[in-house]
Design a protein around this ligand. Sequence first.
Ligand code: NAD
Length: 293
Amino acid sequence: MAIIDGKLISLQIQDEIALEVNAIKEKGGKVPHLAAVIVGNDGASETYVGAKVKACDKIGFKSTLVKLEENTTEQELLHIVEGLNKDADIDGYIVQLPLPKHINEQKIVEAIDPKKDVDGFHPQNVGRMALNLPAYLPATPYGIMQLLERYKIDTAGKNCVVIGRSHIVGSPMSILMARNTVPGNCTVTMCHSRTKNLKEFTLNADIVIVALGKPEFVTADMLKDGVVVIDVGITRVPSDQTKSGFKLLGDVKYDEVAAKASYITPVPGGVGPMTIASLLMNTLKASKKEIYL
Ligand code: NAD
């Protein structure tokens, strides 16, 4: 069994991007510039956005944080988005979700210029991804594709089961794994809350990608020997074994599943750290105009 080390790969990618940024600077080129918009004071969102901005600074990108009050109106946010669309210095930007309830998230996502949509949530990018055209891929699925690629995991012709159909993980993951690409080219089955006899599907899978948010849901008896397991789930559960009083659990019962798997992502340290690397890769692509010519 081999552990897929997302922390290591994420740092490798960040080092690679930092080298490229240095080369751009030496040639007097334009430094990639990411902006992040956050509305309100949600603690988790502030942590995520803070980490993204910090990662930009570390690798030499320019970053701009736009922090707005909780009571910002939809109209005011649309105005900010319009300004970011027009700002020639900003290559890409994200609007951190979730937004306060009085703001229509879909309206905001659709107002973002697809050319600057480095989160890959705009319908134009989702459509381009489905058509196998150049697109900004959403961070978590893009990160998983990087892990499969960098660990040289053979995917062509394999049976892949994706558990979960959210717009940010399960659904794009099933599209990416089915595309005629490397990695990809799998026979994909997407399972969800209404799937009957889930075990029948998972027992037939060479690759299982789990994103449902139920700690230790997938157990060893559901899987065959040598399976590749990508565990996306992260749930905070109380623990008397840690100083903080909680620990993070994935959607997979790690110890027993690891004993059966050929490759597995741990939680934490597997898929999670890849999210930031993906965002930085998308921003670099935006600054190089690689997706939309
Ligand atoms: P979600 O709640 O939007 O979707 C969960 C999906 O699981 C749904 O599509 C549902 O149909 C499916 N599901 C629920 N019960 C099921 C069952 N019994 N059998 C089969 N399918 C079932 O979740 P999400 O946003 O995709 O997140 C899933 C998990 O991944 C969460 O723990 C989340 O915290 C984590 N996550 C991690 C990262 C990361 O960077 N590692 C990123 C995004 C999400």
